[in-house]
Design a protein around this ligand. Sequence first.
Ligand SMILES: Cc1cc2nc3c(=O)[nH]c(=O)nc-3n(C[C@H](O)[C@H](O)[C@H](O)COP(=O)(O)OP(=O)(O)OC[C@H]3O[C@@H](n4cnc5c(N)ncnc54)[C@H](O)[C@@H]3O)c2cc1C
Length: 381
Amino acid sequence: MAYEVIVAGVGSMGAATCRELAARGVPVLGLEQGALPNPMASFAGRTRAIRLSYSEHPDYVPLLRGAYARWETLGQECGQQLLHLTGALYMGPETGELFSGALASAQTHELAHTRFTAAELQREWPQFNLPENFVGLHETQAGYVLSEAAVLAMIESAQRHGADLRSHEPVLDWHANAQGVTVRTSKGEYAASHLIFTTGAWTPEVLCDLPITVTRQVLGWTQPPDLRPFIADQFPVWVIDHDGPGFYYGFPHTPDGSGGPGLKAALHCPGALTTAAAAQREPLPADADEIRAVFARHLPAGDGPLIEQRTCLYTNTSDGHFIVDRHPVHDRVTLACGFSGHGFKFASVMGEVLADLATDGKTDWPIDFLRLSRFGHSRKS
Ligand SMILES: Cc1cc2nc3c(=O)[nH]c(=O)nc-3n(C[C@H](O)[C@H](O)[C@H](O)COP(=O)(O)OP(=O)(O)OC[C@H]3O[C@@H](n4cnc5c(N)ncnc54)[C@H](O)[C@@H]3O)c2cc1C
């Protein structure tokens, strides 16, 4: 079969891209090294937080508005609600980056939000135990996406639209020239007009010299004695400043099990440096301590035995922004990587961005701030 585009890596961004290309009638081959979907990929762990209040860069917000709409559409297509707008609550000192960033973004983009003093926070959400100087901002249009279900839905949609998706077929080597690309896998060789790399934490193994690092991250679910105060109709996605770098965040309990078995929390901060091949996937004793620390300190009624843990990988850039661009040397190759621990929520719209880049060489979505050239990787003429 003649393919127009080959997508290397059918995870969060790759599945979205295959779906979008196939829906446009573009002959696409998606090559995935693991199962479809791959439980080792970075969307594992049932849920990913989604929010509009991005203070990190103003151009994320239009992308996010596009992503929200596309999560809704995908949910309608697959017959399962994937986007759950429970609201999100950001808590920390008034002058801290977390609260002030969320507030600035909410004001700039006119997002529905409510501010809470420390006393109001305690009255509204007595589940939290917070220092006296912590205030809160509640954002209405935020919540979570069922990430594993969403990737499965994108894979199935891509296949329904005619995408050729292959599991257990790693891309081992590739070549590009002015006429096209060739890709060698464990099972054969394929040619196409364009190649897109959406290989996540494995990207350094297929593309050298990109300014990205891979870190080991852990997620966990506790089983508190009473889960009722944490159910999504009264309990939001939450984010709490802490003394060290990064912040803690967690999710409401989902009685239908779609978000996992108990109460989920994690630390958002790049963990130990690793590689996808060498990463220690088994839980370490310190992992449980990291997760339970936030419950002990800020959510005591949510503490309990850790009943499930997952180890996933972040692929980080030095500025925390993604890399979405043409390859610096090969015009027929597009890269999307470095999603730096906050990329999943964008996957639904990234499919469209990457399909545009592969088929038209440009996109109307605002992605200039995600170009590789910001790191000094200039395109050769
Ligand atoms: C613990 C944790 C918590 C997170 N929390 C959030 C959150 O709350 N909100 C949010 O928006 N984001 C969050 N993220 C980030 C988000 O999940 C990632 O940014 C996103 O999943 C990355 O997508 P990706 O497509 O780049 O990688 P992946 O989804 O990992 O996909 C890469 C795929 O490529 C395949 N592959 C790799 N190499 C090859 C090859 N040579 N041949 C064939 N296939 C290959 C892999 O097997 C994999 O399936 C979190 C990430 C982690 C790890």
